[in-house]
Design a protein around this ligand. Structure first.
Ligand SMILES: N[C@@H](CCC(=O)N[C@@H](CS)C(=O)NCC(=O)O)C(=O)O
Length: 208
């Protein structure tokens, strides 16, 4: 059976929702953040990056949200995620998801994970990075709203893994001091996502 390793509040929310949407049989394994379980040898044997999510499949272990989402959608999700019409549409989907992975998520990480980029003892540098998070995230959401979001879903008429990924990034708006009311498309998208039973079920599970 598929196994998904996740932490509450993390980007693993996306992979978890994607699995739930498809109805595939899987086991969700929640790591205990309080004891930094994702840094313990048992978990590093599964994912040496020490990050979540990790998806254990019968073919091997997958990490990196864009890869996991694509795998779930293409292998199990054709009913809920209509396959992109052609290779260009598929590349556009990957372009959107890559932006979330390499830019939006990384901008957000500067609030809590500054020690990845500077020495933890350099409190001036840590604070300077934290101070830019709100503005950087606002810029990401402004660009998504103005240029990237087709509507009614991210890629247009069809619900896709890009919607799940975006929803998992907009969960951080409040913590990043971004006012969702300044981003009406993101606000409406979050409401549309929460109206989906699979999304609500997993959001509630992560909050419990
Ligand atoms: N590029 C990875 C990023 C995964 C990642 O950074 N996950 C965070 C949670 S949102 C994590 O595991 N952080 C633990 C840490 O940095 O110690 C992905 O998209 O899956």
């Amino acid at each position: 059976m598929l196994k998904l390793f996740y932490n509450a509040g993390s980007i693993a929310l996306a992979s978890h929702i994607a699995l739930e949407e498809t109805g595939v049989n899987y086991e969700g394994i929640r790591l205990n953040s309080a004891i930094l379980e994702h840094t313990l040898p048992e978990y590093l044997a599964i994912n040496p990056k020490g990050r979540v999510p990790s998806l254990v499949t019968e073919h091997g272990i997958l990490t990196e949200t864009p890869a996991i989402l694509l795998y779930i959608a293409q292998r199990f999700g054709s009913d809920v995620f209509p396959p992109p019409a052609d290779i260009f549409d598929l590349a556009q989907l990957q372009s959107f998801n890559s932006y979330l992975c390499s830019t939006a998520h990384v901008n957000h990480a500067h609030r809590m994970r500054g020690k990845r980029w500077v020495d933890e003892s350099d409190s001036h540098a840590i604070k300077a990075m934290q101070a830019k998070v709100t503005r950087n995230m606002q810029e990401c959401f402004a660009l998504i709203e103005a240029e990237m979001f087709k509507g009614p879903w991210v890629m247009g008429e069809d619900y896709s893994i890009a919607d799940i990924y975006l929803f998992s990034i907009t969960q951080w708006m409040e913590g990043d001091s971004v006012d969702i009311n300044d981003f009406p498309v993101m606000k409406a998208h979050r409401a549309a996502m929460l109206a989906r039973p699979a999304v609500k079920y997993i959001v509630d599970k992560h909050a419990a």
